[in-house]
Design a protein around this ligand. Structure first.
Ligand code: ADP
Ligand code: MG
Length: 639
């Protein structure tokens, strides 16, 4: 065994730097935490070349005395901890006393600092952790620290740096993170001479979120809840505004930015069945809990935390977000294109151009409806004579195909889905006639208690139901809405699935993996109303199927269910059941293009209008959008 020696402070610092100072962004993070801990209300960060050659942080915090300023660069030098007990309840951002020592060991530093009480400040220069110059300096209260030539003495680390623009981007993200963590502090970020972020520091999280996430955040739902002594505050995106990645999910625990799988899953759980597969919510969430209920000393960069009660942390986030989403109306406004100015053109001749006008017709420029000339009429008649004759049979075939090829499922075909109020019988007026009461206004509208009455206007494109209510009109996607309603109902009561034996059992041939998967889950499928058996050759025999699923839909439904089962997205049984119920609801719901009678449509509308929480189909598409009177008035230039 070689002889053991104690590492020199310089080497120890370099090792610590390896953990804490990974890149310019991690330097910025540490320096900003120090500024916040120093009680600053204004902080400016400036970088050049992605922070590799120049990086400055100026704050108006408490500053340091000349002596403290020198001590600050020693390893394990901190003003934030005194005893081991302090470690159990940390209220500052820093506490390890390593950052300045580590940063100093791999860069050249200029420090300028002054405490409020002092007459002059102090200026220090350091190189690779050693003080090379010290002098009094006239400067404002607070601290400015400039880091130059990061990693100049550790070429190995330098090699891992990406381009200036990538490193600069990471610095920007670190500043944004602190800005969101501390809305009470005004942050300014200057990148290569250009200010790129400025937060007001008004203590209002919403303004900080707006500065960082931009206009998109105006639609975020506000979260504010308490749970078992934990509090949750912040903003979350609405399900329809979800994003392709998790990059805009920001969590803070006691103002400290953290990465936590637990919190991510608590958040996403709240969006379950409301968001499209592969889409993710955005959030800025502050979880605040007693300092002793969380351990922040798990990782050198302090980005990981350990909760005393994972369940409380999870529930606080999950229920807080769920509550916020449920109480945020989300029936987005119809986006109308700006009106295009109408350009009137000379109407183009539709028929063969005339050689000679047979008779002069007084031509009015905009007269689209003028009578045909004799010549035009002749050409037109000739064209007509040659055109294939209309086939009344074909027309009937096309129509009947649209109307009845895909019969509506049992649930909406004859029986209304939900009880539709019966029109009360007209009372017979007895003789002699009593004084005629004031006639009740004809109630075409269904009135919900204390709600603005609404009226179903009709249907567009056999897909969207138009409903008017006060100064708003709503367009309801009938398939998405019905799908959601069925899904909720099946989920609340799986026994509602009415299964029936098929007159002639159906055979469905599937991919080998799909067939095998379904056959391994026969009891689950049985619960969902499908009675299936093996039939050999990757074929399954379906003896029983849910009544709401048309026979023609059975193969598709089984195929999709097999895919749900195979996708591996569905780890726990509850999620799995949900996925299968999505498929069932989708198959059983009325479809766009189907002809539905008013009672069927009304049944759907009634649910949508009375249940604000019905906002998205189980795949995350909106089911209802708003077309306000105001929007229309604007478009028609009435306002
Ligand atoms: P820690 O933040 O974990 O205490 P640091 O190495 O980051 O360790 O800082 C060491 C000490 O230097 C801090 O405890 C604090 O007293 C002092 N310090 C660092 N930056 C500032 C600042 N911007 N203003 C005032 N004091 C500072
Ligand atoms: Mg620190």
């Amino acid at each position: 065994m070689p002889k053991i020696i104690q590492l020199s402070p310089h080497i120890a610092n370099l090792i610590a730097a390896g953990e804490v100072v990974e890149r310019p962004a991690s330097v910025v993070k540490e320096l900003l935490e120090n500024a916040v801990d120093a009680g600053a209300s204004k902080v400016t960060v400036e970088i050049r070349n992605g922070g590799m050659t120049f990086l400055r942080v100026t704050d108006n915090g408490c500053g340091m005395s000349a002596e403290d300023a020198k001590t600050a660069f020693l390893r394990h030098a901190t003003s934030k901890l005194r005893t081991a007990d302090d470690l159990a309840a940390i209220s500052t951002m820093g506490f390890r006393g390593e950052a300045l020592a580590a940063i100093a060991s791999v860069s050249r530093i200029d420090l300028l600092t002054k405490t409020a009480g002092a007459i002059t400040g102090v200026s220090l220069a350091l190189e690779a952790g050693n003080v090379t110059d010290e002098s009094d300096a006239g400067c404002p209260d607070g601290t400015t620290i400039i880091i130059r030539d990061l990693f100049y003495n550790t070429p190995a680390r330098m090699k891992f740096m990406k381009s200036d623009s990538v490193e600069g981007g990471k610095v920007a993200a670190a500043v944004q993170m602190q800005a969101l963590a501390h809305p009470e502090v005004a942050f300014t970020f200057i990148r290569d001479g250009k200010p790129t972020l400025q937060t007001p520091g008004d203590g209002n999280l919403k303004s900080a979120v707006y500065c960082v996430y931009g206009r998109e955040s105006a639609r975020f739902a506000e979260v504010s809840s308490r749970w078992e002594g934990y509090s949750l505050k912040g903003f979350v995106s609405r399900p329809t505004d979800s994003r392709p990645s998790r990059s805009l999910q920001t969590f803070f625990v006691n103002n400290r930015p953290v990465k936590s799988k637990l919190l991510v899953s608590a958040l996403e759980e709240a969006y379950r069945n409301q968001i499209m597969v592969g889409k993710f919510p955005a959030c800025v969430l502050h979880l605040t809990l007693p300092a002793n209920a969380v351990d922040v000393n798990v990782h050198p960069a302090k980005t990981e935390v350990k909760f005393l009660s994972e369940k409380n942390a999870f529930d606080c986030v999950h229920y807080g977000v769920l509550g916020a989403l449920n109480s945020t109306p989300d029936r987005p406004d119809v986006k109308l294109k700006p009106p295009v100015p109408v350009i009137r053109e000379e109407p183009k001749p539709r028929l063969a151009p005339r050689q000679e006008p047979a008779r002069e017709i007084p031509k009015k420029k905009d007269d689209y409806f003028r009578t045909m000339t004799t010549e035009e009429f002749k050409t037109f008649s000739a064209v007509l004579a040659e055109a294939p004759k209309p086939d009344p049979e074909a027309a009937r075939r096309t129509l009947s195909c649209v109307n009845s090829e895909r019969p509506a499922p049992q649930s909406v075909r004859n029986i209304p889905l939900y009880p539709v109020p019966e029109v009360p019988p007209v009372p017979k007026i007895p003789v002699p006639a009593p004084p005629i009461p004031e006639p009740e206004p004809v109630q075409q509208e269904l009135t919900m208690p204390k709600e603005i009455p609404w009226r179903m206007v009709g249907e567009l494109y056999r897909s969207y139901i138009l409903v008017e209510q006060g100064d708003n009109a709503f367009l309801i996607d009938k398939h998405a809405a019905h799908e959601r309603i069925l899904f909720e109902r099946l989920r609340a009561n799986p026994r509602d699935i009415v299964s029936q034996d098929l007159l002639i059992p159906a055979t469905v041939r599937l991919r080998p993996d799909a067939a095998a998967m379904l056959l391994s889950k026969t009891s689950l499928l049985d619960e969902l109303g499908f009675g299936i058996e093996e039939f050999g050759e990757n074929t399954i025999l379906v003896r029983r199927a849910p009544m709401d699923i048309g026979e023609g839909e059975i193969p598709d439904a089984l195929m999709e269910m097999a895919d749900d089962l195979l996708s591996g997205r569905t780890a726990d049984t509850e999620t799995l059941r949900d996925e299968l119920l999505h498929t069932m609801a989708c198959k059983a719901a009325i479809k766009a293009g189907w002809k539905n009678d008013d009672r069927e449509l009304l049944a759907v509308v009634k649910e949508v209008m009375s249940r604000e929480e019905l906002k998205y189909c189980p795949h995350g598409r909106p089911i209802c959008i708003t077309l306000s009177k105001k929007t229309l008035e604007k478009q028609f230039k009435r306002t």
